[in-house]
Design a protein. Structure first.
Length: 591
């Protein structure tokens, strides 16, 4: 039986757990609800720390406060501090601690070897978790409540599974991990891991708020996440449905359609979510940036209070079909679709792949997102189109067997057993996923490869791994061989080989995050090819006051993109029916 929605303020602000986790699919509003909750708790007189575990955090913009990797007071809210867990700083601190534990008799060569081991994405991941674990075990000494704004689901599930994975690995390994240095360094963290696992599994200490939008894909993801978190022992869960829309005028076709989609999604709530305490947040007419906007999040919405706004003109922007036509100037190549979670990367990637296949090209559509449903988006078959995903578990098994097979002749039984033990490290999965990514990138020499990437933060870690691999390869190769060597990073830097598509919604935060991602890519000498603005209401005939107000906001964001952010800009309008399946994708991408 479905739990009746409760008052958001009452259900959230009366929650007694000292640790509150907001998690869910990208773009569902985790940061908004985490910020609103932290503000509400602080203004009720509690000492509150708001923490982002997302490598692509936008807390600074939401709170209009410059943040760092240490708690800083939020101006305008007494009792509230906030911070971002910075993966780079965390990794450097972790390296310093591990090297500091090495014996004074260690040679420079030995120290250099350990530092090299600690230079990859695995170290960044475990170091970020170490910061997170420290807050769980020690943060409550200074604060009454800690509110965690997490990365999108796939990245967060990986993070929350680390305590169990690493404590199990340490219990059966007295040597360490080749990617994380000697066992002594890992042992420093073991007590924290165990304490963090206990705190996460305690309903008295930790409450999980599963955030979703009232749409089928986000709700499906929330249901999957709920089950996986319960398997990890995190059973104290609440359900927050963000962006619930109610039409002001039943005669307004666009508004009525939006309300119908919300009602259909909520009416099909999976059984795993039906018994959870639930609250709903109405769709607002404005972006949730700044303290005054965030203070309104947990309050009841009143569409009738929104003043009527004039209808903005439909922008003269090329369509997704035009983007696909421009890509066909080449017969092969890599198309990587990137952006903030929830902006529609999977839909855009699927549409591009279907459009290219319909135009007669051979296309491989895949995804690096562990939480993606690329096959569900395509939901059919089309000549010339192959669809799969990088499955972390499958790729890890494949990678382990490949390494074992390559070392069988040189190692005895005991050596192979030690190698297999080392490969049981949770770091192996990250390495395996990178190798799978590299393999798929190389395929684009012979046909089109369209990659739907994980949300921004996770993708940046993959880019870091790509850069680390490139530096290692070029450092170890003779100077005269550099011209013959092509690394994955070099392929991504080649505009004739790779075309990076940044997807955004016409809203402040997604546009800002896409702009930040573009700067990160440019620092790696990767130049984005184009931007796609998805789900734009501009040009629709709606008279609904909430939607009209949102259209004015869209117009200002599109102007912002045009004025210096995007070299090429394409528009994908809001669809009355989700574009799922070959026929629906061809309607927005076909010739």
């Amino acid at each position: 039986m479905t739990s009746a929605p409760s008052s958001p303020a009452k259900l959230i602000l009366s929650n007694p757990a000292p640790f509150l986790f907001f998690t869910g699919k990208g773009g569902v509003g985790k940061t908004t609800l985490a910020c609103a909750t932290a503000i509400g708790l602080a203004e009720a007189g509690q000492r509150v720390l708001l923490v982002s575990t997302d490598p692509a955090s936008n807390l600074d913009e939401m709170l209009t406060t410059a943040l760092s990797n240490r708690p800083r007071p939020v101006k305008g809210v007494t009792g509230l501090s906030a911070m971002n867990i910075d993966p780079g700083n965390a990794a450097e601190a972790y390296r310093s601690r591990v090297i500091g534990q090495m014996a004074q008799t260690s040679t420079d060569t030995e120290v250099s070897t350990v530092r090299e081991q600690l230079s990859g994405a695995c170290t960044t991941e475990i170091a970020a978790f170490d910061e997170f674990a420290g807050l769980l075990t020690e943060g409550s000494r200074e604060f009454d409540r800690i509110v965690f704004d997490t990365a999108p689901t796939g990245h967060t599930l990986r993070l929350l599974s680390l305590p169990k994975a690493w404590t199990g690995f340490l219990a059966n390994n007295d040597r360490g991990a080749s990617c994380l240095g000697p066992h002594s360094g890992l042992q420093m963290q073991e007590g924290r891991f165990r304490a963090a696992l206990a705190a996460l599994a305690s309903p008295a200490q930790t409450s999980i708020i599963l955030v979703t939008r009232p749409d089928i894909a986000a709700i499906r993801e929330a249901a999957r996440t709920s089950g996986e978190l319960k398997d990890l022992g995190l059973s104290n869960q609440l359900l927050a449905v963000n962006g619930v829309f109610t039409a002001s005028d039943p005669a307004d076709r666009i508004a009525r359609s939006m309300q119908r989609l919300c009602e259909e999604a909520l009416g099909a709530l999976p059984s795993v979510l039906q018994g959870l305490p639930q609250f709903q947040i109405p769709l607002r007419s404005f972006d949730m940036v700044g303290l005054e906007a965030l203070r309104q999040v947990l309050e009841p919405g009143d569409p009738s209070a929104t003043p009527a706004a004039p209808a903005p003109a439909q922008p003269d922007i090329p369509s997704l079909k035009d983007l696909i036509d421009s890509l066909t100037a080449s017969e092969t190549g890599l198309v990587m679709v990137m952006g903030k979670g929830g902006v529609g990367k999977t839909t855009v990637a699927a549409a591009i792949a279907v459009g290219l296949a319909q135009r007669g090209h051979s296309v491989h559509l895949s995804t690096t997102d562990p939480a993606a449903h690329i096959s569900a988006a395509v939901d059919g078959q089309l000549e010339g189109l192959a669809v799969d995903r990088i499955d972390p578990k499958v790729e890890t098994e494949r990678y382990i067997e490949k390494i074992i097979a390559s070392r069988t002749r040189e190692l005895d039984v005991e050596g192979l057993a030690l190698l297999r033990e080392d490969l049981a490290s949770p770091c192996t999965e990250e390495v395996a996923v990178f190798h799978a990514f590299s393999r798929i990138v190389a395929e684009a020499r012979s046909h089109f490869v369209v990659l739907d990437t994980a949300p921004t933060g996770h993708t940046l870690l993959l880019m870091d791994a790509t850069g680390a691999y490139h530096r290692q390869m070029t450092r170890n190769m003779p100077e005269d061989s550099h011209g013959r060597m092509i690394t994955p990073l070099m392929r991504l830097q080649d505009p004739s080989y790779a075309r990076i598509i940044l997807v955004t919604l016409p809203e402040t935060t997604p546009v800002s995050e896409a702009a930040d991602l573009q700067q990160d890519l440019r620092r790696a000498r990767i130049e984005p090819y184009a931007w796609v603005v998805n789900r734009s209401l501009l040009g629709t005939s709606t008279q609904d006051p909430v939607l009209r107000a949102r259209m004015l906001g869209e117009q200002s964001q599109i102007t912002r993109i045009r004025n210096g952010l995007a070299k090429l800009l394409f528009l994908l309008p809001w669809q009355e029916e989700p574009p799922v399946g070959i026929a629906a994708l061809l309607a927005i991408a076909g010739r």
